[in-house]
Design a protein around this ligand. Structure first.
Ligand code: ATP
Ligand code: ATP
Ligand code: MG
Ligand code: MG
Lengths: 227, 227
């Protein structure tokens, strides 16, 4: 389970300080499929950075799978992220001048997976997002939607327990969007926890619960019946 | 008017060559508002790069406002772009470590607009996209939707005759999307030609004409009645 208590995140200081997250209490049980919606600048990506242990909160506590993340040093946080969490970032964050395949292999390399198995798993992940014929392309040689799908492949290749996806279908047409949503349904059915930030109602409709943010707070938390 | 005849764009060579645009004939009259839709990888961004003179076609001709772009050297193409075209790129292409204001001032600086007027115009453009209170933030200190809106402000600050926007609302919630679409309607009412790449039907619905691409070709060209 993910447990946030009294979480705030402030950027900057004094007059120009920005309260990106302004007090969030939240429990996400293991295996849930949650969507996060809200206005531009309302704190969604910042909240995801806290959930993914990429950013330490300014105040409050975050327990992930029972562990108090505030008590872990950087090295243990890095291990935790690599072993348990998959990220799809809002701007993809692919490594330039590095092939799609090498980009997807990276989290496996960090986890100590060996060359041959690593390549096979990366190839399989790219296959799952329909990019088998683009494995040797560099990010600059891929369309926007293809780059986004490489980012998705990289997020799932380690078979993470928690998938955090920030606007994962933002650059995709309806056909590719549907393929990605079915992939997420499949991963959720395998027991993985999924948190998706999205501004599209049709994407949010696929999750069992929708959180809505405004000015750094969660003002609505709605569970769907029968999911 | 924009006139494309027999336009192709091929990346790479031999076995691995990719026909990103595979034969497009198209006329867009001055003042039109056109949407371009199609599957991921179907050639939309590549087509936009040709329309914006950022990429020379592999074959075919492109006349922009009566000028044969194939006959212009790099310096004249750069001038043409700066004076007549505004770009919103799919991945924003903001300059890191440079404030939002400075990013928006850049096309004006290239056009030789002086410091005080330049700052005022850049400030006004950021105001139009609701970012008056973020002018001194760096791209890394802005949310995804805020970065996208800075890119839009930069695209309109030179008051271009042609606006080319690649997924300009991809990172925006419905409220910000509506504001941007109204801004585009306003620009179009001022007589500017607008070409928007989008995968969202609600965005395409705001244009007078929708082109649909697949495998590098335009397979459908539909004008709306009464627009
Ligand atoms: N520099 C390049 N080298 C090789 N192939 C390229 C290059 N740039 C683009 N491509 C390929 O050309 C095709 C069309 O790309 P383009 O970016 O125009 O697609 P798109 O319609 O904009 O897609 P999306 O909706 O995903 O943004 C893609 O299959 C892409 O892999
Ligand atoms: N490093 C930073 N320094 C200063 N302010 C920041 C920084 N990072 C984010 N912000 C501010 O925090 C607020 C929340 O940002 P966040 O990225 O979480 O929003 P978001 O909900 O993801 O928005 P979007 O839908 O546009 O992606 C924004 O107003 C942004 O300007
Ligand atoms: Mg965001
Ligand atoms: Mg594109």
């Amino acid at each position: 389970a993910l447990e946030l208590r009294g979480i705030t995140k402030v950027y900057g200081q004094g007059e120009t300080a920005v309260q990106a997250v302004a007090g969030v209490d939240l429990v996400v049980e293991h295996g849930e499929h949650v969507a996060v919606m809200g206005a531009s600048g309302s704190g969604k990506s910042t909240l995801m950075h806290v959930l993914g242990c990429l950013d330490t909160p300014t105040s409050g506590t975050y327990r992930l799978g029972g562990l108090d993340t505030g008590a872990l040093d950087d090295r243990r946080l890095a291990l935790l992220r690599n072993r348990r969490i998959g990220f799809v970032f809002q701007s993809f964050n692919l490594i330039p001048r590095t092939t799609a395949l090498a980009n997807v292999e990276l989290p496996l390399a960090y986890a100590g997976v060996r060359g041959k198995v690593r390549k096979e798993r990366a190839q399989a992940a790219l296959d799952r997002v329909g990019l088998a014929n683009r494995v040797d392309h560099l990010p600059s040689q891929l369309s926007g939607g293809q780059q986004q799908r490489v980012a998705i492949a990289r997020a799932i290749v380690t078979e993470p327990l928690l998938l955090l996806a920030d606007e994962p279908t933002g650059a995709l047409d309806s056909h590719s969007t549907e393929e990605v949503l079915q992939l997420f349904d499949q991963l959720n059915a395998e027991g993985r926890t999924i948190v998706v930030i999205t501004h599209e109602e049709e994407v949010a409709a696929r999750s069992g619960r929708v959180l809505r943010m405004f000015d750094g707070k969660v003002y609505q938390d709605e569970r769907r019946v029968g999911r």
